[in-house]
Design a protein around this ligand. Structure first.
Ligand SMILES: Nc1ncnc2c1ncn2[C@@H]1O[C@H](COP(=O)(O)OP(=O)(O)OP(=O)(O)O)[C@@H](O)[C@H]1O
Ligand SMILES: [Mg+2]
Length: 220
């Protein structure tokens, strides 16, 4: 389970079987760790499948390395094998924001804080690419940690930043809130954490997000 052939890795249990990856918890050199292996997609041509796996893992590694020296909290990178399609990360304490909101342990305040964290990521020149409430963890102290950077972009265009907000907006409306109040808090957090001298500015990204929102509504 979780590959006995991987050096220094002691698996304990499977915690997630998703469309793209299977995730195990366990230990790496005695530290609590997560082993994530990309699944083969049989409907894709094997060459394309390998290329996508390599692409996603390598961007995940590059983003984690970039974030390591910043205040944006993310897992530590322990090991990776790009050809075999796996990565080992430090285990983040807590639960996903998704679970926390469902259980009523988190509220609109955490979403505002999440908005601020997204702006921090964007100011570092990184878009997330899959910004759902499944890809941010929250611990008992209410601290947020971002995970799952396989669809990130380094030096993104403003459209990618706006799309991050749109993905979160759709997730909040579909899974957590019927009204737009949550997204308003997210925007509030995003704008109040924006510096003036970093382009694209907070208001510019929100403007793009609003135009994406309008486009989506128009075509729906
Ligand atoms: N470092 C970590 N610490 C704790 N839990 C983690 C960590 N990384 C992943 N997880 C858990 O495993 C789940 C899936 O991981 P991740 O989001 O990285 O994979 P994924 O690419 O989204 O998989 P898929 O898209 O196929 O669902 C997360 O939602 C989270 O619950
Ligand atoms: Mg995920």
């Amino acid at each position: 389970m979780g590959d006995e052939s991987v050096p220094l890795w002691k698996p304990s249990k499977m915690i997630h079987q998703g469309a793209e990856a299977t995730v195990f918890s366990g230990y790496w050199m005695g530290e609590k760790a997560i082993f994530k292996k990309r699944n083969h997609r049989s409907y894709r041509h094997p060459d394309l499948d390998r290329r996508l796996t390599r692409q996603r893992l390598s961007v995940e590694v590059r983003v984690l390395r970039k974030l390591h020296s910043t205040t944006v909290s993310s897992p530590s990178l322990f090991d990776v094998d790009i050809d075999e399609g796996w990565i080992i990360l430090s285990e983040v304490e807590g639960v996903t924001l998704y679970e926390s909101l469902l259980n009523g342990e988190s509220n609109i305040e955490q979403i505002k804080k999440f908005g601020g964290l997204i702006r921090q990521l964007h100011e570092l020149g990184i878009s997330h690419g899959d910004l759902t409430t499944h890809n941010v963890m929250i611990n008992d102290e209410g601290e947020l940690t971002l995970i799952d950077f396989g669809l990130s972009k380094i030096s993104p265009e403003i459209e990618h930043l706006g799309l991050d907000l749109q993905v979160l907006h759709e997730c909040l409306n579909a899974s957590h809130y019927e009204e737009n109040s949550a997204i308003e808090s997210m925007i509030d957090g995003y704008l109040s954490n924006s510096s003036d001298n970093i382009a694209p500015s907070g208001p510019d990204v929100i403007e793009r997000f609003n135009s994406i929102r309008g486009r989506v509504r128009y075509h729906a």
